[in-house]
Design a protein around this ligand. Structure first.
Ligand SMILES: Nc1ncnc2c1ncn2[C@@H]1O[C@H](COP(=O)(O)OP(=O)(O)OP(=O)(O)O)[C@@H](O)[C@H]1O
Ligand SMILES: Nc1ccn([C@H]2C[C@H](O)[C@@H](COP(=O)(O)O)O2)c(=O)n1
Length: 218
C-alpha cells in the first residue's frame, strides 16, 4: 500500500508555489489545496458586503461563516483581494477558523499537496515533505506583471513590485503563523528556473528522499 504523503509547499507571493504544488499533486496522484484561496474567499466576501478587511471582528465572523461555494479560484484573483486576504490572515481567530478544514484536507487519503505560507510550520508540521519556494522580488514582480498582462490588465511594474513587497512584509511580520522557512524545509530558489525546471528539481528532490527513506527501512 502507498504511504500517506503530505507535501507542504510554502513561499512568498508569486514565487510559483501553487503552480509547482499543482504539478506535484498530479505527478504523485495526490489532492491539491491552495490554502491562500481560503483567506482570499474571506476577503472577497467582506469586500462584496462593503466591509473593510482590516475590521478584525467582521473578518472572524466572515471566516466562521465561509461556505465551500465561496472558494472558487476564478473569482478570487486580483490584487485588492490579495491585499485584503493578507489583512484578514493577520487575525489569529480567522486563522483558527480556517485551520480545521486544511488539516482535514491533508488527512484524507491518499494524501495531499498544500500550498501556502504556514503549511510546513503550522497546518501540517508533520508533513512528509516541506518545500519553501522562493525567487527574487524582481523576478516575482515580473511573473505577476506578466500574469496580469495575460489577463488583459495594464499593470505598472513599479506598482506591482511595491504591492508585492507590502504583502510580503505583512505576511512575514504578523504575530501568529508568520511566513517562515520551516527548519526542516528544502528551499528551492526558482529565480533562474522556468516552471518546468522548478517542477523537475522538486520532483527529483522528493523522489530521491523517498528512495533513501525506503532503502534505510528495507
Ligand atoms: N518557475 C517559474 N518561472 C516563471 N514563471 C512562473 C514560474 N512558476 C510560476 N510561474 C508563473 O508565475 C505566476 C505566479 O505563479 P503562482 O500563481 O504559482 O504563484 P504563487 O506563489 O502561488 O502566487 P500567490 O501566492 O500570490 O497566489 C503565474 O503566472 C505562473 O504561471
Ligand atoms: N497558508 C496561508 C495562505 C495564505 N495566507 C494569506 C497571506 C497571503 O498574502 C494571502 C493570499 O495568499 P495567496 O493566494 O497570494 O497565496 O493569504 C496565509 O496567511 N496563510
Amino acid at each position: 500500500m502507498n504511504p500517506h504523503l503530505v507535501i507542504a509547499v510554502d513561499g512568498p507571493a508569486a514565487s510559483g508555489k501553487s503552480t509547482l504544488a499543482k504539478r506535484l499533486a498530479l505527478h504523485f496522484g495526490l489532492r491539491f489545496l491552495d490554502t491562500g484561496l481560503l483567506y482570499r474567499a474571506v476577503a472577497k466576501a467582506m469586500l462584496d458586503h462593503d466591509l473593510d478587511p482590516g475590521d478584525a471582528a467582521a473578518a472572524v465572523r466572515t471566516a466562521e461563516e465561509l461556505e465551500a461555494e465561496d472558494v472558487q479560484p476564478n473569482r478570487l484573483k486580483g490584487e485588492a483581494i490579495g491585499q485584503g486576504a493578507s489583512k484578514v490572515a493577520a487575525v489569529p481567530a480567522v486563522r483558527a477558523a480556517l485551520l480545521p478544514f486544511q488539516r482535514r484536507f491533508a488527512a484524507r487519503p491518499p494524501g495531499a499537496v498544500l500550498a501556502g505560507r504556514d503549511v510546513g510550520t503550522v497546518v501540517c508540521p508533520d508533513a512528509t515533505f516541506k518545500l519553501f519556494v522562493t525567487a527574487s522580488e524582481e523576478e516575482r514582480a515580473r511573473r505577476r506583471y506578466e500574469e496580469l498582462r495575460q489577463r488583459g490588465e495594464a499593470p505598472i511594474y513599479a506598482a506591482v513590485l511595491a504591492e508585492l513587497r507590502e504583502r510580503d512584509r505583512r505576511d512575514s511580520d504578523r504575530a501568529v503563523a508568520p511566513m517562515r522557512v520551516a527548519p526542516d524545509a528544502w528551499v528551492l530558489d526558482s529565480t533562474g528556473l522556468d516552471a518546468d525546471a522548478a517542477f523537475e528539481a522538486a520532483r527529483r528532490y522528493i523522489e530521491s528522499q523517498l528512495e533513501r527513506r525506503h532503502s534505510s527501512v528495507a
